[in-house]
Design a protein around this ligand. Sequence first.
Ligand code: FES
Length: 358
Amino acid sequence: MQDVELHRDAALERSSEFENPGLPPHRKRQTDLHPEKAKRAERTVFTWFLVSALGSIIAVAAYIAVPITPGDLTTTRMNNLLLGLGIALALLSIGIGAVHWSKQLMSDEEHVDPRHATRGSDATRAKAVEVFTLGDQESGFSRRSLIRNSLIGALAVVPLPAVVLFRDLAPADEVPTDVFAHTMWETGTRLCLDPTGTPIRAEDVSYGSAFHVIPEGLEESHHPLDEKAMAAVLLMRLPADALNESPERAGWSYDGIVAYSKICTHVGCPVALYEQQTHHLLCPCHQSTFDVKNHCKVIFGPAKRPLPQLPITVDDEGYLIAQRDFTEPIGPSYFERLHDVDEDEHVQVAGTTTEQRA
Ligand code: FES
């Protein structure tokens, strides 16, 4: 009789089976055999965790000591380089320390753990606690207080660079809502072409064109890009009889010329598309459409309020100037917005109709 027996439904020959060789014998490491080497490994792990904490401190110190000067790429690069090196050192050192700890000091004996039902029996759960306790004893987590505490210290310091970075996203000397409530526009600030900074005469604003406008003196301001992001304005001239101006805003335009914030009230994209036949402004991000004829009321899209209007007039030389700053915060709406509105000056437009204003 053939000595090869076939299993039913399986192409497996019994003669091809082999004995489970089991786990290889455990080989002790130098740190298992010599306590002084285990002590040295412990000091090495401690040193890595210490280096990690130093890396975090270096990142914070570098961020403060090498500030970014607006417009200066060298300081930007240096700041980013030192910050990156500090954070990299902090994270890398924790990783190296943890690997060294597990390789040199934690138990490296292999165990076979047969599969079982997901929920173990009470005896198994009790065993788990026992194994956990054993792991704690073998790793020395509770016993080696120097390593444990230095790891906890390093982990506690690691988030510091992130805290400093996120906190620094808002100006330190102002509450964030103030940032949107005021722009560079003041009484008498000339309207200038973006990006040349050339002042604009009223007579130069032709029908059908939209001027991209910045305030005079923008380049000399402390943070030109930040200021521009808030003070950018669109200037358009409409036939005087096409404007449906509310009585509250009589005098905010000049001879059919109107100025509105360029920052979309949805989530802040620049509203840059002007349709001269319908006098609509379109935001390219989510297609909010504003009707220039009616105080930039929202006629389509997700924006919830009109673009803020900048009151303008001309000076003695015929240049367009601002009468004052915006009377409401520019840009996206937020919960505290109405607290920042000058109630005496604010004009509610969103709910009114063309007929009401006419
Ligand atoms: S940012 Fe303008 S529509 Fe969304």
